[in-house]
Write a protein that binds this ligand. Structure first.
Ligand code: SF4
Length: 503
């Protein structure tokens, strides 16, 4: 679909209009002029006084015409960017309206194409709005459907029950520890994940760097009396290293981080069942790891094969029972909607199997085509569900979880996600992952340690977010972990207004 945009001459409009266009059309190209071969011309007109008055006309090649108008009070602004953002929202509003009218497709998330819709709801809560006002404002300003706003409302309420002091944790931090190895690489994956087989030298050097980072970051936290709220081991698959390596790593964490016994939650992703052994579970128990993930993704064997997960369905079930029998009492499982060749039948089967296990939490992802994944590069090889079927599966997940007493407690969206849907974390009451809430709602700094770990520095007063990423591949990490640790500590000193120690 080639869309010609008239009346907006600033290139900063292209990206948001392109992202919204992608919600409607597989291949969408947006250009800010009248060009040959345009399938549709969309002309904007706006006036700015005390309010922004934005109108639009969409004209198809068959001369069909659709129009929309939106007026919004102009909010006080300090920078040109803040002013432009208001125009951008108004333009997105009318643009989405005419595209919906023309195509007949209703976007339940309205003009939102970002990752964290619930942040908007929290903003209303923090400014003292009532639930009703928040609901009306989200509907009016962003064209979000009642169904999705109700979901946001439920999630935010759950989060505030799980973490009543969620808005007051800005002076603490959470820590993400990235271990970039997996037994094999899954087809949809873009995480830093390297097949571990036969590369022990590389693993050893990586772990030496990781120990260094944990030790130095721990020193900094202790010296400055900064508490740790949650710790999350992800990757990769953190259980792809040996039981002895895991043992030494957690010992390092206990020695280095402040007051580990009071950290509210420590999670280890044991995502791939083929990495779980009784020895490793013993190590997790020994160090009081609160929560693990064992991820089936699907209970259909052919699907696992098609996506490059070299483990069996039985292995997932067996490892779940093994973990349970060894006392792990907070287990998360992930399912993915829309894996190749899967529809409602396969998804119903996955839900039925989940019923036999009843993990404490179930995260339901929707397949997203990330640019760098094997699946996206060879998209024609994979047959995936259409928008309607993906939505039916999402509804099945909603009903199934409600019937089994799970409640949604976090959600996030991704670009190029099947059916413009979302990923939702469900949990039994009091079993929510606190780290997942912290990372999604961006209420405190997350320090990323290890390969591919992204730090997110959130200013305790202004809320300004600064991103900082560690190198993604083990080789670069091994060459530069000292430098990266120093850089992070310098950024943390500035963030928390701490005078750096003279060396
Ligand atoms: S197990 Fe997870 S991190 Fe590893 S390759 Fe598969 S999706 Fe990526």
């Amino acid at each position: 679909m080639n869309i010609s945009i008239l009346g907006l001459n600033d290139n900063r409009y292209i990206r948001p209009l392109q992202l919204i266009g992608n919600l409607f059309f597989e291949e969408c190209s947006v250009k800010l002029d009248k060009h040959e071969g345009a399938d549709v011309v969309i002309s904007f007109h706006y006036e700015v006084s005390e309010e922004i008055n934005m109108s639009v006309q969409l004209t198809t090649s068959e001369e069909e015409v659709y129009t929309a108008n939106y007026r919004k009070n102009l909010k006080a602004f300090e920078t040109e960017k803040e002013f432009f953002n208001q125009l951008k929202y108004a333009a997105s509003h009318v643009y989405l309206t005419v595209l919906q009218d023309w195509t007949g497709i209703v976007q339940k998330w309205g003009i939102l194409t970002g990752i964290r819709p619930t942040k908007l709801y929290h903003r209303h809560m923090m400014s003292g709005s009532s639930k009703e006002d928040a609901h009306q404002a989200l509907k009016k300003d962003y064209l979000i459907s009642d169904e999705k706003i109700n979901l946001m409302e439920k999630i935010v309420a759950r989060q505030l029950t799980a973490i009543p002091d969620l808005y007051d944790l800005k002076k603490e931090v959470s820590i993400y520890i990235g271990i970039p190895f997996c037994p094999t690489k899954c087809a949809y994956c873009t995480f830093p994940a390297y097949a571990i087989g036969g590369k022990q030298g590389r693993v050893d050097s990586f772990l030496a760097g990781l120990h260094y980072e944990i030790r130095h970051m721990g020193e900094w936290l202790k010296e400055n009396d900064i508490k740790v709220t949650t710790v999350y081991y992800g990757g990769g698959t953190p259980t792809s290293i040996t039981a002895e390596e895991m043992d030494l790593l957690y010992e390092e964490m206990y020695e280095s981080f402040p007051d580990v016994s009071h950290i509210r939650e420590i999670t280890v992703e044991a995502g791939r069942p083929d990495t779980i052994t009784a020895d490793k579970l013993n190590v997790l128990k020994k160090w009081n790891i609160d929560r693990i993930s064992i991820n089936p993704q699907s209970y259909t064997q052919e699907t696992l094969k098609a996506i490059g997960r070299h483990h069996t369905v039985e292995e997932t079930i067996d490892k779940f029972h093994l973990a349970r029998s060894m006392g792990m009492n907070n287990i998360n499982m992930d399912l993915i909607i829309g894996l190749p060749n899967e529809g409602t039948t396969e998804f119903a089967h996955s839900l039925n199997e989940t019923k036999q296990l009843l993990p404490e939490s179930l995260t339901v992802h929707t397949l997203s085509f990330k640019r760098a994944s094997e699946m996206t590069k060879n998209r024609q090889k994979y047959k995936v569900a259409d928008r309607e079927e993906a939505e039916r599966m999402m509804n099945m997940a909603e009903e199934w979880t409600a019937d089994h007493h799970y409640e949604p407690y976090y959600l996030y969206r991704q670009k190029n996600i099947l059916g413009n849907l979302e990923n939702v974390g469900y949990a039994l009451p009091k079993q929510e992952s606190l780290y997942n809430i912290m990372i999604m709602e961006e209420m405190q700094t997350i320090i990323g340690i290890g390969c591919g770990a992204a730090s997110k520095f959130i200013h305790p007063e202004t809320g300004k977010i600064t991103h900082f990423a560690n190198p993604k591949d083990p080789k670069s990490y091994n060459e530069s972990f000292v430098e990266y640790t120093d850089k992070k500590i310098a950024m943390l000193n500035e963030l928390f207004n701490i005078e750096a120690k003279s060396i």
